[in-house]
Design a protein around this ligand. Structure first.
Ligand code: SAH
Ligand code: SF4
Ligand code: F3S
Length: 465
């Protein structure tokens, strides 16, 4: 692609409008995967907006459709491929429509080849985090009608200066670093997201200050392993700096790798009331042998030590984790060790995944893959145990009053109610008022379920809402 002749944002907007006959064109972004991808999608939308595109609700309304993909498990990839397939008819309906594939699948050489050869209605692929190259890709596709499939190669630079289009006003993601250096033996992220790069402390603080000024109340600092943040300070210092900014808000962070979760991090959590009392600390497995083969670089004992320190430093906080069931070679005994750590750590919530072999990762080539039926049977047992544990943790909230940041009317079936999240990230349904959204509301809990609490807002005469 000749990139020598690309105008600035205003010029790009003019050119796009002319090519599409004057009207303000629409952009639609569909997001798969983790919060990093959600954050990237907001930047992709921002980049498209500065080219004159207007975010729309439905793909049929859009002249530019972007699919921000995830490669973490086979299921995520198959889902994305099936959705991309469904967009074929939109391209036949309006051949001037541009469809681009972004995100982690577009950094896998074999997938890029597949998009090129089997998805003729896809105009380009764009590397994860490369929102700054979107304008070139789109203009190139519109001008020449040619398709462009970038050679997977991560750029070391971080594109600052793209104003994201945020989905919510009261909560936001702020990436502090990109990429991963850890090469856990099952994981594709280091291959598709490249090596760790940290944003500057100044850029992060500037973004957070602006969010607070705009009314944001819940800010999540994001990175694959935030504890290896390496700007002009380390992560605990950055977290303390953010939590010391004036304003009424909470700051969260994810993800913390247990090998790097330091006493300093726990100190900041204990010291700063604006740091949400929630630690997401992926365990993956409770078996030392499996942890070693996963290349996780900690033992079960080290992990439980951090949990004990965390419980002491931040009492009444939430602890959540990620677990993989059926890593190659996992025996019944290894799996039992995971259940045992679950009983000891008492996680408020777990994200559990069936191991999915990823092309190019060391674990995928192992001959001792665990059969699917065994994986599924273990998963059922793990979920049953977690239900029990979460039920007994939730019961402890009965009669207590918790502070909730209201998200507005509840989704998932609790009709007529509003919902929100506590500092510990617990889902709470309660009797809300339209004014509540984006505000902290005290709620007295009168019913507890493993995955949600129910209660009544405590409203005083003076601060109703
Ligand atoms: N950086 C984070 C996690 C990113 S991926 C960390 O290190 O904890 C989110 C989760 O997906 C991982 O924690 C892991 O539990 C899961 N995961 C990653 N690769 C997987 C695979 N091949 N199969 C199943 N689950 C996987
Ligand atoms: Fe994947 Fe491990 Fe990096 Fe997390 S730390 S993104 S699991 S390689
Ligand atoms: Fe998926 Fe990429 Fe996130 S593989 S989990 S979208 S980093």
């Amino acid at each position: 692609m000749d990139i020598s002749n690309f105008p600035d944002a205003a010029g790009a907007a003019n050119e796009v409008r002319q090519m599409l006959g004057g009207a303000r064109p629409g952009v639609y972004v569909l997001t798969f995967g983790c919060q990093q991808n959600e954050a990237d999608s907001e930047r992709l939308l921002g980049a498209a907006r500065s080219m004159g595109f207007l975010p729309v609700e439905k793909p049929e309304q859009a002249s530019l459709i972007l699919i921000n993909t995830c490669a973490i498990r086979e299921h995520a990839e198959l889902k994305a491929l099936s959705v991309i397939g469904q967009f074929k008819h939109l391209k036949s309906e309006d051949p001037s429509r541009i469809i681009g594939v972004c995100g982690c699948m577009s950094a896998e050489p074999a997938r890029v080849e597949q998009f090129k050869s089997s998805y003729p209605y896809v105009s380009f692929t764009l590397q994860p985090g490369a929102a700054d190259q979107l304008a070139q890709m789109v203009l190139n596709a519109m001008r020449s009608g040619k398709r462009f499939f970038s050679v997977p190669e991560q750029s070391a630079k971080i594109a600052e200066g793209i104003e994201p289009v945020r989905r919510f006003r009261h909560k936001a993601w702020v990436s502090v670093m990109y990429g991963c250096n850890n090469f856990c033996s099952y994981c594709i992220v280091p291959y598709v997201r490249g090596r760790e790069r940290s944003r500057s402390r100044e850029a992060i603080l500037k973004e957070v200050r602006q969010l607070i000024a705009d009314g944001c109340r819940d800010i999540t600092l994001l990175g694959q392993n935030v504890n290896s943040y390496a700007g002009s300070c380390d992560f605990p210092t950055l977290l303390r700096d953010v939590a010391s900014l004036p304003g009424e808000f909470l700051v969260r962070f994810m993800t913390s790798h247990p090998k790097d979760a330091s006493p300093q991090l726990l100190r900041v959590m204990a010291d700063c009331p604006k740091v949400a009392p929630h630690l997401h600390l992926p365990l993956q497995s409770g078996s030392d042998r499996i942890l070693r083969e996963m290349n996780r670089k900690y033992t079960r004992e080290h992990y439980l030590g951090i949990v004990a320190d965390f419980r002491r430093a931040v009492p009444h906080a939430s602890l959540t984790t990620d677990l993989i069931v059926g890593f190659p070679g996992e025996t019944e005994e290894d799996f039992e060790a995971t259940l045992q750590v679950m009983r000891q750590a008492r996680f408020d919530m777990i994200y559990s995944f069936l191991y999915s072999p990823r092309r190019g990762t060391p674990a995928a080539d192992r001959p001792d893959q665990v059969p699917d039926d065994i994986k599924r049977e273990r998963m059922q047992r793990l979920l049953r145990l977690q239900d029990e544990l979460a039920g007994s943790i939730a019961a402890g909230y009965l009669g207590k009053t918790v502070r909730v940041l209201s998200d507005g009317p509840s989704k998932d079936g609790a009709s007529g109610l509003y919902s929100g999240r506590t500092g510990g990230n617990k889902l709470v349904h309660y009797d809300g008022l339209p004014d509540d959204i984006g505000r902290f509301i005290d709620v007295e809990i009168d019913r507890c379920e493993p995955f949600a609490l129910y209660g009544t807002a405590v409203r005083t005469g003076t601060d109703a809402g």
